[in-house]
Write a protein that binds this ligand. Structure first.
Ligand code: ZN
Length: 256
């Protein structure tokens, strides 16, 4: 019989599973990036993923961390980010979701996730998901004024061969206030849409549900098409766009 104690995923030099960037940030905004890292600890032997796919959108949100860090600086807001690939554990999924340990992502196989036993799953929850969740909870507890919760993601421009035209998605769960307020403040030249390229019915709003809605915090999940933030100029452009949209949305709501 094996137990979770038999599995050691993160090694002594791997660092923590999650981090807070700009913990002293003063804005009442908590940024979150669940898919910030493509890091797969050596103990998992790349999960058998082919070298050309280890830094693909399957492993992380391309450009997501760079954008989230830049927004954290610009808005002066704390950012909670995962430091482990979503292929090890997807921190935007509950442990019960099949996607928490994906065996396949779009067209990319993840052999190291096939046939995981309960102990292996429990170890990933204990070593990756729980520290992320705890860090996000304690960061939210640390705000003196109730923050809004904003998660930063990117999506691939083609999905199963189909191009996606949407450039920016604003996704919501049961509380749509912030997503709609941001959409109302979008630039004219941007293809921004509500609940695209996917939505709550795809099971992507776990963090909003787990951390924002029970606390009554306004929240939004932001999805940027990753070809638009694949270099520094693109990140800078979307840092300006999103910080402006968010700031205007929050000002509008305070005024009403
Ligand atoms: Zn993501």
């Amino acid at each position: 019989m094996t137990t979770s104690a038999d599995h050691k995923i993160l090694g002594p030099n791997d660092g923590p599973a999650a981090e807070v960037v700009n913990p002293q940030g003063t804005a009442p905004i908590c940024l979150v990036c669940e898919h910030a890292s493509a890091f797969i600890p050596a103990s998992l032997a790349d999960l058998g993923v082919a070298p050309e796919h280890r830094h693909s959108h399957a492993a992380w949100d391309i450009g997501g961390r760079d954008l989230a860090v830049a927004l954290s600086e610009k808005l002066d807001a704390p950012l909670v980010a995962s430091r482990v690939s979503r292929l090890v554990y997807d921190c935007n999924r509950p442990p019960s979701a099949p996607g928490a340990f994906p065996e396949r992502s779009e067209v990319i196989d993840v052999p190291g996730n096939v046939g995981l036993d309960d102990a292996a799953r429990a170890a990933r929850v204990t070593e990756v998901y729980d520290p992320f969740r705890t860090l996000l909870s304690s960061t939210l507890d640390g705000f003196t004024k109730s923050p809004v919760l904003v998660t930063i993601h990117s999506f691939t421009p083609t999905w199963f061969g189909q191009p996606r035209s949407v450039e920016l998605g604003l996704l919501h769960d049961s509380d749509d206030r912030l997503a709609r307020a941001m959409l109302a403040n979008r630039p004219d030249d941007l293809d921004a849409q509500l609940n695209a390229p996917y939505s709550v019915t795809d099971g992507v709003t776990h963090t909003l549900r787990e951390h924002a809605i029970p606390r009554g915090l306004q929240n939004v999940m932001i999805e940027v098409r990753n070809d638009l933030i694949s270099d520094a100029a693109g990140v800078a452009r979307f840092t300006d766009i999103l910080s402006t949209m968010l700031t205007k949305a929050l000002a509008t709501q305070e005024a009403t």
